[in-house]
Design a protein around this ligand. Structure first.
Ligand SMILES: [Fe+2]
Ligand SMILES: [Fe+2]
Length: 323
């Protein structure tokens, strides 16, 4: 779909601000422009309001301190600063005064839902659609992985976060088009991140070590302790490394956390784990795999720890840990 010169011009002028803002925002806005044009055509929304709003809505992140963009003070600040910058840019290209006022106002309230406001999105289709798009973004390929990092979520947790989000009930999608886009993107993500429970136990052969080892021999090794971002290890919680009372590699830590009552044995073991001991890990097929400490890892996850203590056991030591 061809984009009008005026929107290209606005994007050119806005880009330098985004380069100073959140690293993900260039992709955020470029994606949004494309789908916003589509929704304007299909739903008869005034593109002379929605497109500039899309292009300018997050410029304010360039003027606020960096930090977690979900922090409420930063949210308010990025809207206030953004409204001023948006007005400056629109006046610079002599955009119609009345529209400039409206767009600057939209920018100044576009994230007010984070402060409990819902009415303005239901009453105004331009603002409502922008807000829909900010949400839909999290289901796009780029948005999904960016948000996974920001929230420290695994793919399965991220999918659940989107599917059970308050937004869907408190501020339902304003248009069928936006709703359809969301469902399509979410479907793509679900296909990419197939829940591990549907994959046969071959997964263990696929991700596990191809040797046996004795934990006692691992503990006896002299390897320094270091801190590691939990993100590097969090994939373990989706793999059925545990088992039910009669099963064999048929229980994932995620299932245990979802139903602690049902799997009380593993859950209690997890919560009793002593986090002062480091996890023992070894590089295997390009990623860090636990030799020992899955209960500790899962507990650290429950406690929302960002890092864990690890000992990186070199592969040259394999012969010293086999039975
Ligand atoms: Fe925003
Ligand atoms: Fe945004």
């Amino acid at each position: 779909m061809a984009m009008k010169a005026v929107y290209k011009k606005l994007w050119e002028m806005a880009k330098p601000y985004y380069l100073k803002g959140r690293p993900m925002d260039i992709a955020h806005i470029e994606w949004m422009m494309k789908d916003a044009l589509l929704v304007c055509k299909k739903e008869g929304i005034d593109e002379s309001l929605l497109l500039p709003l899309v292009i300018l809505h997050d410029v304010g992140y360039s003027a606020v301190p960096t930090g977690n963009p979900y922090n409420l003070d930063l949210r308010r600040a990025h809207m206030e600063a953004g409204a001023k910058i948006a007005r400056l840019i629109l006046e610079n290209i002599s955009y119609p005064k009345e529209k400039t006022d409206r767009i600057a106002h939209y920018v100044s309230v576009h994230d007010n839902w984070a402060f409990g406001e819902t009415k303005i999105y239901l009453e105004d289709i331009v603002l409502g659609t922008l807000s829909d798009f900010d949400f839909v973004w999290m289901a796009t390929k780029e948005g999904f992985s960016a948000l996974m990092k920001i929230h420290g979520k695994s793919p399965a947790e991220m999918i659940e976060y989107l599917e059970k989000n308050d937004k869907l009930t408190t501020r339902p999608f304003r248009t069928e088009t936006a709703k359809g886009l969301f469902e399509n993107y979410l479907g793509e993500r679900k296909k990419e991140y197939k829940p591990v429970t549907q994959i046969p136990p071959d997964i263990i052969k696929e991700v596990g070590f191809d040797f046996d080892w004795k934990e006692e021999k691992v503990w006896a090794l002299d390897v320094p302790v270091e801190e590691m971002d939990i993100i590097e290890l969090v994939w373990h919680i989706e793999i059925p490394f545990w088992h039910t009372s009669n099963g064999h590699y048929d229980l994932t830590p995620i299932q245990v956390l979802a139903e602690p009552e049902k799997y009380s044995e593993e859950y209690n073991r997890t919560m009793k784990a002593d986090l002062s001991h480091p996890l023992d890990i070894m590089l295997n097929k390009g990623r860090w795999l636990l030799l020992d400490g899955l209960h500790r890892l899962v507990k650290a996850r429950v406690l929302k720890q960002k890092t864990v203590k690890v000992r990186k056991i070199p592969r040259e030591m394999i012969e010293r840990i086999v039975p």
